[in-house]
Design a protein around this ligand. Structure first.
Ligand code: SAH
Length: 205
């Protein structure tokens, strides 16, 4: 598989222009081979700013929102981070490449399995991939210095996720209905609106 480092460098440069300033996130975007997480037949467009389908009716988020969400966590160095919605594994790889110790949970066992394999092959085999309903978080590894949700929660921030935050840690989570909603950051009891977004729904059970 070609390395495609030039496409990643161009993508990181675009993100910098669009306001991403966290050097750890930009370096991660330059280093993680996104094409290894995008299935054929979309692999040639892996660095386009689009959310490709990855099977089981799910998508790999467009690259900019992955970088924006990671930066919005305002992670300390050596953070433990929980991601809800592993999908392709790309978002987890970006967090790991940015220096975090990553736990990620996916409700589709098939997707979790392929994500685990892609992470392993790309050198991120220490990412802890779980299968289950992310609404409950992953309490046995809590607390987290950051939690990011990559599917749209209905109506509210999942209460279990708020409980699994370390003091001063942020939860970045889209909340909405029918695919449309708002990306929020919750930190120490304060909720901030970040931007309008589209995500697949966070499914119960
Ligand atoms: N971070 C992913 C984005 C995947 S899209 C990536 O980089 O590719 C969101 C994912 O959330 C989908 O794979 C979907 O199956 C998963 N999902 C939806 N509801 C969930 C839930 N309740 N618990 C865990 N995962 C869920």
């Amino acid at each position: 598989m070609a390395d495609r480092a030039d496409e990643r460098a161009a993508m990181a440069a675009r993100f910098r222009e669009r306001g991403i300033a966290d050097e750890r996130v930009l370096a991660a975007v330059r280093s993680v081979p996104r094409h290894a997480f995008v299935p054929e037949p979309h692999r040639s467009g892996a660095y386009d700013e689009v959310p490709w389908t990855i099977g089981d009716g799910q998508t790999i988020s467009a690259p900019w929102i992955v970088a924006f969400s990671a930066e919005s966590l305002r992670l300390p160095d050596e953070a433990r981070v929980l991601e809800i919605g592993t999908g392709s594994g790309y978002g987890a790889a970006v967090l790991a490449a940015a220096g975090a110790s990553v736990v990620t949970i996916e409700r589709h066992p098939g997707l979790a399995g392929s994500a685990r394999e892609a992470l392993q092959n790309a050198g991120y085999g220490d990412v802890d991939v779980r299968v289950g309903d992310g609404h409950a978080g992953v309490p046995d590894r809590a607390p987290y210095e950051g939690i990011v949700v990559t599917a749209m929660a209905q109506d509210e921030l999942p209460p279990a996720l708020v409980e699994q935050l370390a003091p001063g840690a942020s939860l970045v989570c889209p909340v909405g209905r029918g695919g449309h909603g708002t990306l929020f950051r919750y930190c120490d009891g304060v909720v901030e609106k970040l931007l309008d977004v589209r995500f697949v729904p966070l499914v119960a059970g």
